[in-house]
Design a protein around this ligand. Sequence first.
Ligand code: UDP
Length: 240
Amino acid sequence: MNRVNVLGVDIDNLTLNEAVDKALSLINEHRCAYMITPNPEIVMAAWDDPKVGKAIENADLVIPDGVGVMQAARILGTPLREHMPGIDAATEILKRLASRGGSVFLYGARPGVAEKAAERMKQRFPGLVICGTNDGYGNDDGAVVSKINAAKPDFVMVCLGVPKQELWMAKHAAKLDAGLMAGLGGTIDVFSGQAKRAPLIWQKLSLEWLYRCFEEPKRFRKIKRIPQFIIKAWRKRLGI
Ligand code: UDP
C-alpha cells in the first residue's frame, strides 16, 4: 500500500472512502487488526518512546487525523491526499456496519460516558449493535480483554488518549477476538454529547484543533510542541 513517511511515521496515502473500504475489509478478515490516527502529538510521542513507534509501525491502517501532519507532509514534498479526522472515519465505518447489523464495543472515557454514547449511537446508526462498553479508568486489562472477547465485536473504539490507546492496542491485538480496533481519542465523549465538535466552518478551515483548545484550555499544553514539529519538517526539507 502507498505510504508516506512523515517525520518517522508511515501514513497510508488514501482518501476517506478508500480508508473506510480498507477498514471494512479488515473487519471481514476478523483477525483484530488495528488502526491509528496520527496527529503531531502521536508522531512526537513516537520520537520520545520507541514502543509508540513500534505500535504505529505494526498498525494495519494509519490515517492522517491531524492538520499538522498534513502540513508536514506538504512541506516534505510528499503531500497526503486527504485529511481525515479519526471521528469522521469512525462515523463512516459505523454507518457501513449499521447497514449490515454489525457490532461495536466502546472502550474508554470516564465512567458512564460510554453508556451515554451507546444510547445516542443507537438513534444515530439504526441497525448498529452496541455489544459492550467499558470505561477507561480501571486498571484490569485482563478483564477488559475478556469482556471484549465475550462480545466478539466487529469494531472496537479504543478511546484512552495518546499514547495510552496506541500502546494498549499494540499490546492486546493478538489476544482479541474482534475485527478491527481504532484509537480514537475523545470520540466517545463527542458521541455521548459531553464534548462538542467545532462548528463546520472551523472544521472546513482546518481549525478544529484551535476551537477545541478554546473549549478546553488545558489542550493548549498539548499543542505547544507543534511549532517544533513544523520546524523539524522544514529542516528536513531544506537539509539543515
Ligand atoms: N481517557 C481514558 N483513560 C485514561 C485517560 C483518558 O479513558 O486513562 C479518556 C478521556 O476520558 C477521554 C479520552 O481518553 O475520553 C481522551 O480524549 P482526548 O480528547 O484528550 O484525546 P486525544 O486528544 O488524546 O486524542
